[in-house]
Design a protein around this ligand. Structure first.
Ligand code: ZN
Length: 281
């Protein structure tokens, strides 16, 4: 995936350079400033998408701690009826979940990931593009990666649009010197456009899931509770993934305090109270 992204970045950057460099050096101050600004924005997006990508690849998606159990204290609790277990966050099913492969209990929304060979907290899906599972602690990084890549592609495509139009009108294409530049611009434009369309669709799908507090796995599960227990309203659902602080929404990592609160909320049975706890930080 990083090679695909690198290819896109280099392709677009060289197309943009060949299109905009003459404008920056030869045109008036206004055009030069606008071109430089667009360039700066494009490279800012590239930095952000690269950061988000590596965060998604390298961050631990969420481990179930060894010896974790949905029961309050000891073995005796296992014999109790479901009412007590509600306290430990078994709201979705009302019964404890056990992973036979890990030979261990797993919290609600955790799923066994056969690629990583263990259970992942609030697992969204295993992503081949990032060679990692996307779960509780790297879902924000995954979404930001989609978001920044989408914006970079969209910006790249719109910056090249004028040149593509000029080539089609035959203004620049006549000269044989421009053949290479024409090919580069066209390929970059088509790649950017295709990327932004498909990423836009994927983003829209995930935006809906964040809004309703579903993971991809849960979205495709056949049996679902009539009243979705994790839905606490759009704003709180959003804050569960992105946090409550505006400036933290845009960076792909969590602070140690945020992480501790999220793990605590997921493991200690109040899955939807994460947002409230963020607010208390
Ligand atoms: Zn497992």
């Amino acid at each position: 995936m990083i090679l695909v992204v690198l290819f896109f970045v280099l392709l677009t950057a060289s197309a943009l350079l060949s299109a905009y460099a003459p404008r920056i050096t030869h045109d008036g101050a206004g055009t030069a400033a606008a071109s430089l600004l667009a360039f700066a924005l494009f490279f800012f997006l590239v930095v952000m998408l690269t950061w988000s990508y590596f965060a998604c690849v390298l961050l631990e998606p969420g481990k179930v701690p060894q010896g974790w159990s949905p029961f309050e204290t000891d073995e005796a609790d296992r014999l109790e009826s479901g009412s007590h277990r509600q306290d430990k966050g078994l709201t979705g099913t009302g019964r404890p979940r056990y992973c036979r492969k890990c030979q261990a209990w797993k919290p609600e929304r955790a799923h066994h990931d056969s690629m990583l060979g263990r259970c992942v907290l609030r697992m969204d899906h295993y992503c081949v593009w990032v060679a990692n599972s996307v779960g509780l602690l790297n879902y924000k990084a995954f979404l930001l990666f989609l978001f920044y890549t989408f914006l970079a592609c969209l910006l790249g495509a719109s910056m090249l649009l004028g040149d593509v139009a000029r080539f089609f009108k035959g203004i620049d294409a006549a000269s044989p010197d421009n053949a290479g530049r024409f090919a580069l611009t066209m390929i970059a434009f088509v790649v950017d456009l295709a990327f932004s369309l498909s990423l836009g669709g994927l983003l829209a799908m995930h935006a809906r899931m964040v809004w309703l507090n579903y993971t991809t796995i849960e979205m495709f599960e056949k049996q679902r509770a009539a009243q979705w227990p994790y839905d606490r309203g759009a704003r709180r659902n959003f804050e569960e993934v992105f946090g409550t602080r505006f400036w933290r929404w845009w960076v792909p990592t969590y602070t140690a305090a945020e992480k501790a609160r999220m793990l605590d909320a997921t493991l200690n049975g109040h899955p939807s109270s994460t947002a409230t706890e963020f607010a208390a930080l």
